[in-house]
Design a protein around this ligand. Structure first.
Ligand SMILES: C[S@@+](CC[C@H](N)C(=O)[O-])C[C@H]1O[C@@H](n2cnc3c(N)ncnc32)[C@H](O)[C@@H]1O
Length: 206
């Protein structure tokens, strides 16, 4: 993964590099995609998404954090394809997104309503709090958006007395799914082989 420089003074974020790697794998962004991020904060995800997707819309409710996103896009020589919106989703969400990531959880149910109504193909949400993870999993399921829940925890090794010990980060709950296209018979179908774990070549969604 290419290096991302991220000076920031925001209390939240940035999404950690290893978590971004899994996230970007699940989103599988392509040059034809319009990607939307809810809660861009430091811009860590926005910068990497801008290198992959054709178009990015980044929403952030806090003006100082949106400014941080702007600065970090510039610091990473990215952003020509990024539109920044100071907005609290679902306000300001575009209707033509292919992929959407919720890094911020405010109003997430309304954001998921939007994703379902506008048939957004890939939807991923990261959650760190247990109770929110449970409620959000249910909210994905109720809207028929859920494909998988991934939980993982990253630990970094450090040298201790000539051996290796580990510093652990908080666990991350990653909710992965999206709205399939509506088939001619009115039923849902996957848009391609990556849409369903049972159909994927490697047994995974992406
Ligand atoms: C955990 S941080 C996201 C970190 C970000 N992915 C990064 O790498 O820097 C959550 C951010 O989402 C923003 N946020 C939360 N809910 C939001 C909403 N509904 N619309 C826009 N921004 C939101 C918060 O202000 C905060 O900056």
């Amino acid at each position: 993964m290419a290096h991302v420089s991220l000076p920031h003074d925001a209390k939240a974020g940035p999404t950690k590099p290893e978590v971004r790697a899994v996230l970007l794998g699940k989103l599988a962004l392509e040059p034809t995609d319009h990607f939307v991020e809810v809660g861009s904060c430091t811009g860590a995800v926005t910068v990497e998404a801008a290198r992959r997707a054709g178009r990015v819309t980044a929403l952030e409710r806090k003006p100082n954090r949106l400014e941080t996103t702007r600065k970090n896009l510039a610091a990473n020589d990215a952003g020509g394809n990024v539109e920044l919106r100071e907005s609290e989703a679902p306000e300001g969400l575009p209707t033509d997104a292919d992929a959407l990531f919720l890094g911020g959880s405010r109003n997430y149910e309304a954001v998921l309503d939007h994703a379902a109504a506008h048939r957004i193909d890939r939807v991923v949400m990261n959650v760190s709090r247990l109770e929110v993870a449970g409620a959000a999993t249910e909210a994905f399921r109720e809207r028929d958006l859920l494909e998988e829940v991934v939980q993982f925890q990253v630990s970094h090794g450090y040298e201790l007395a000539g051996a290796t010990s580990f510093d652990s980060q908080n666990p991350v709950y990653m909710l992965v799914g999206g709205a399939g296209e509506v088939a001619a018979d009115g039923g849902e179908r996957p848009t391609d082989s990556r849409r369903s774990p049972s159909r994927g070549v490697d047994g995974g969604r992406r």
